[in-house]
Design a protein around this ligand. Structure first.
Ligand SMILES: [Zn+2]
Length: 387
């Protein structure tokens, strides 16, 4: 039986496709869009009109002639419209404006220590967003917020942020929307990094890739068959909380014991090194001491790499990706860390999968992740309104 939602889903997919083509190719005419997307002229025309009306595209005249008349070029607005990216994290938060083409207005990037309470967090961020919007005399189309935690994609409520408990059970997108009157969307940090890779980075032409963010938690975003893997509530890909140390493992922010997240991240290394030296050290301090030759972290680093490789091998076996992008500062600690980890991961994974999987450091940018999240959301919202 045909789903009653099918027509709007198809229209939504067409809008997304048109936007993706322009995101990956830059400035194009309507004819170029048809050629690159394989979509028919009337459908391209409808999708382009909806994107222009929503301010997600802009059109400019070109001196070049196309079929005897001046052509019009379609492009993503850089300065005529903006979106706001908000990064929530356990140590620092940031607010940044961006053009829709992913050009960050970095001179207006505001980074600040994470407030201690949820109400203060919402108040501070809303004020900073309004300041930014009022300062620039261009329309803001929406706000993309990322959080290092588990988000219910159906209602935008955070189930759990293991390293930022003040947001547990909260709905920051709805609360910030109330204070700013802007459309807001909340995306898991790992998902946003995958979106950034797919929208602006190396993943543009890829259908099957994984983004791992192992800086504080062990976040994974998966694109499979060109689609972001979501699951029933948007919680698919939670590799962080599989048990790898059933006996005597550290208690995880999720309440269980011995999760992968407690042993295979930058934060895990920081914890174990701090524990051995007997005082709280930050990652940067550890890095500095290691580089000066004043601290040997070989046992902790080897153990962290071992567990990271187990996680990467599991991801390869389960999803058979062509590429895995990893964000981690562990690789900055010594020249051989990345190669060592890759070798271990590949030797643990199934050969047919691992031999054709490229593992590389992520160039995904967390700010662009938030920006890609809101643009994706705005484009998705256009589908049903197209008739
Ligand atoms: Zn856990």
């Amino acid at each position: 039986m045909q789903s009653p939602h099918r027509p709007s889903l198809l229209r939504k997919m067409n809008v997304r496709k048109v936007l993706e083509v322009i995101q990956s190719q830059g400035t194009l005419t309507r004819a170029d869009v048809m050629r690159c997307s394989g979509i028919s002229a009337p459908t391209v025309s409808k999708a382009v009109s909806a994107l222009l009306d929503a301010g997600l595209l802009e059109e400019r005249e070109t001196a070049e002639f196309s079929v005897g008349r001046p052509g019009k070029l379609l492009q993503l607005p850089r300065f005529s419209a903006q979106v706001i990216g908000v990064i929530l994290d356990w140590d620092y938060c940031s607010v940044v404006a961006s053009g829709l083409d992913g050009h960050l207005h970095e001179d207006k990037l505001d980074r600040f220590k994470t407030p201690k309470s949820y109400s203060e967090l919402i108040e501070t961020i809303s004020r900073k967003i309004l300041d930014l919007v009022e300062k620039e005399e261009i329309p803001a189309l929406g706000v993309g917020i990322t959080v290092p935690g588990l988000v219910n994609s159906n209602d935008g409520r955070i189930f759990l942020a293991s390293n930022l408990h003040i947001v547990d059970g909260q709905t920051p997108a709805a609360d910030i929307a109330n204070k700013t009157n802007l459309e807001c969307i909340l995306v898991q940090k790992s998902t946003s990094l995958s979106l950034s890779e797919k929208t602006y980075g190396a993943g543009q032409a890829m259908d099957d890739f994984i983004n791992l963010d192992v800086t504080s938690g062990f976040g994974m975003g998966v694109f499979t068959g060109g689609q972001l893997l979501d699951g029933q509530h948007g919680l698919a890909g939670e590799i962080a909380h599989i048990t790898v140390e059933p006996e005597g493992g550290r208690v995880c922010g999720c309440g269980n014991q011995g999760c992968l997240e407690t042993v295979a991240t930058d934060l895990a290394l920081t914890h174990y090194v701090s524990q051995r030296v007997g005082k709280e050290l930050e990652f940067d301090t550890i890095k500095e001491l290691v580089q000066k030759g004043e601290l040997d972290i070989t046992p902790e680093l080897d153990r962290t790499i071992e567990f990271l490789a187990i996680g990467v091998a599991a991801a390869i076996n389960i999803f058979n990706p062509s590429n895995i992008f990893i964000s981690s500062r562990l690789f900055d600690l010594r020249d051989d860390v990345f190669d060592k980890m890759t070798e271990k991961a590949k030797s643990r994974a199934l050969k047919p999968s691992s031999s054709s999987c490229e593992i590389e450091r992520s160039k995904g940018n967390k700010y662009l992740g938030a920006v890609a999240g809101i643009i994706n959301h705005l484009a998705n919202g256009l589908g049903p309104r197209l008739t």
